[in-house]
Design a protein around this ligand. Sequence first.
Ligand SMILES: Nc1nc2c(ncn2[C@@H]2O[C@H](COP(=O)(O)OP(=O)(O)O)[C@@H](O)[C@H]2O)c(=O)[nH]1
Ligand SMILES: [Mg+2]
Length: 222
Amino acid sequence: MFPPQESAARWAPAGTPTVILVVGVNGSGKTTSIAKLAHRYKNEGKRVLLAPADTFRAAAVQQLITWAERVGCEYVPAQQDQKPDSVAYQAVEKGLAKKFDVVIIDTAGRLDNKKNLMDELEKIVRVMKKLIPSAPHEVLLVLDGNTGQTAVRQAKNFEHTAGVTGLIVTKLDGTAKGGAVISMRAEVDTPVKWIGLGEKMTDLEAFDAELFVDEIFKPEGE
Ligand SMILES: Nc1nc2c(ncn2[C@@H]2O[C@H](COP(=O)(O)OP(=O)(O)O)[C@@H](O)[C@H]2O)c(=O)[nH]1
Ligand SMILES: [Mg+2]
């Protein structure tokens, strides 16, 4: 029953930084997932630049910077209350100038209302296109795998407005939670690209539908 999907990550043409925009509600695991992606890409030998464009909450910028330092990758410094699109612009500009392979942009999960949030995301996309017309190459929506129908609703809200190209389903560590991915994909027409399996930077797996389904049907103890 699992719908066929294209799980592969999308990349910019050679010589252009791949810009990944990460969206989703607060607490879904955006910032942690960005750290995990950064860690993975860094291990693959890629140069990764992080952009803390969630300037809406005081602690959010610092949280991403702390992760960047832990992972050992670069970030653009951002002030709290700096406009998110200006942080994104700075990051893409630096990504181009310093030839980074990957630029990952963290965003706010909540503004005073949903329209403002979507407007803000659109602004971020608009400014980066001035520098790289094909950006963002990937828009990853982060969904908490424990939130069931709420996550499905969020996915539907974000899917069209933000041009989402893939899902990261988080918090699938623990028992018997994998089913959430199946029910999500039954209702949301976006491929699951990554799954989060814990709070550490190593707790991220590329999603492979076939392997995943095999795991679910494996007899206990195998
Ligand atoms: N168990 C578990 N916790 C996670 C996972 N991903 C994120 N978290 C936790 O969820 C909380 C919110 O994550 P955060 O990245 O700050 O979410 P954001 O508000 O979307 O940026 C933090 O306590 C994370 O450690 C995961 O895959 N498994
Ligand atoms: Mg965050």
